[in-house]
Ligand binder design. Structure first.
Ligand SMILES: Cc1cc2nc3c(=O)[nH]c(=O)nc-3n(C[C@H](O)[C@H](O)[C@H](O)COP(=O)(O)O)c2cc1C
Length: 364
């Protein structure tokens, strides 16, 4: 029994869609918790004002009855409110009526740092929009909704997951983040940063060393690198470990308390070791600049300036929410792999029986 997630949807198309498979029956989902995470994803000091004003609303089309999962595929939909301005430009069928609204003229000036050029060449498009619409981070909204579902499942076995920014534009205090963001905004430039996600209450034994795809560290790295603009991932002390001696790097074991330190970030040999799981992800500066970078006009071959479209100065606070969802998803998937069960009680019961068997850490 494993969790599966399939998503679809363009940034300005009618809606974003996700199908979640492999949930046990009887899990109570909280509408407000999903709404709160969708709201958090839109916030942050570097976000455009419009981004912060609009809300994403989730509809559930299948797999849920009276708030409880049925053990069948859960179908989630988030309408793109902005689609109203793009009905001609993003019409799934050949548009009828007069050419009007946003997206009705082709984009031919790819933005450096986006999928625009490579995606247009690869798929043979003549309008860059056909690549950028799906490559955009707009799709992270349904990943966040699926992440809230994953967090709800994890809560049943006492696991909590939380993400936060730790660095924005090279600054590591909240006042510094704001100053750096203000400065970049007035220069019409963009910033990146670093986020950290910590999962508490994780039992030892999620993941495995048997093969590369089983390793939880590999899964977490793939899940985080799968988020737009993430260019680096570290687990525990990560890159700093490379500069330490073994005697200073590893977490010594005490029979009754577990570990005295957690430099490994809760994972050894691809398996959780019972300590908090700690991961960090590095985000590059956003590639859409209000002061556009040099590009080429794909229609004429002439030099030009890259497309300018409504965009954020930085989205590191939003990334913290998206990364939290990605980590929750991978932990929930590993927990489903380990504890299985058709009904929620089977899943929670297998977890309780397992904790009893391992009896770790040993209490004196
Ligand atoms: C939450 C979030 C919000 C983002 N917002 C923007 C944005 O407003 N403007 C932009 O150019 N890129 C934004 N990005 C980054 C791009 O989607 C990403 O850089 C681009 O798709 C290219 O992919 P890559 O950076 O992974 O190579 C955002 C990414 C995330 C995770």
């Amino acid at each position: 029994m494993t969790l599966t997630l399939t998503t679809a949807g363009e940034s300005h198309g009618p809606a974003l869609v996700a199908i979640v498979g492999g949930l046990p029956a009887g899990l109570r989902l909280d509408r407000d918790a999903i709404a709160a995470d969708l709201h958090r994803r839109r916030q942050g000091y570097g976000r455009s004002p419009r981004q912060k004003l609009e809300e994403d609303e989730l509809d559930v089309l299948a797999g849920l009855r009276h708030g409880l999962t049925l053990g069948t595929p859960l179908a989630l939909v988030i309408a793109n409110r902005d689609h109203a301005n793009w009905t001609w430009g993003m019409s799934p069928w050949p548009p009828t009526g007069e050419q009007s609204g946003k997206g009705s003229s082709p984009v031919t000036l790819p933005r450096p740092g986006h999928a625009d050029l490579a995606g247009t060449l690869k798929f043979g498009h003549d309008d860059v929009r056909n690549a950028l619409e799906r490559a955009s981070a707009r799709q992270t909204a349904v990943h966040v909704a699926a992440g809230t579902v994953a967090k709800t499942l994890l809560a049943e076995i006492g696991v909590s997951v939380s993400g936060r920014p730790v660095e924005i534009g090279g600054a590591d205090t909240e006042a510094g983040w704001k100053d750096a963001t203000d400065a970049a905004r007035s220069d019409r430039d963009t910033l990146g940063g670093v986020v950290e996600v910590i999962a508490d209450g994780v039992p030892p034994g999620l993941g495995s060393y048997a093969d590369k795809p089983d390793r939880l560290d590999a899964r977490l790295a793939a899940a985080l690198m799968g988020i737009q603009a993430v260019k680096g991932v570290e687990i525990g002390e990560g890159f700093a470990l490379a500069r330490m001696r073994g005697s200073a790097a590893h977490d010594e074991i005490e029979p009754d308390r577990g570990r005295l330190t957690n430099r490994a970030g809760g994972i050894e040999g691809g398996i959780t070791n019972g300590e908090p799981v700690v991961v960090r992800a590095a985000m590059k500066p956003l590639p859409t600049l209000m002061r556009p970078l040099r590009s080429v006009d794909l229609a004429t071959g002439e030099p030009g300036e890259a497309l300018v479209e409504r965009s954020d100065v930085q989205a590191v606070e939003a990334l913290a929410v998206v990364a939290e969802a990605a980590v929750a998803w991978e932990l929930a998937r590993a927990a489903r792999d380990k504890f299985g069960g058709d009904a929620l009680a089977d899943f929670a019961g297998a977890h309780a029986a397992y904790l009893e068997r391992i009896a770790w850490p040993r209490t004196p």
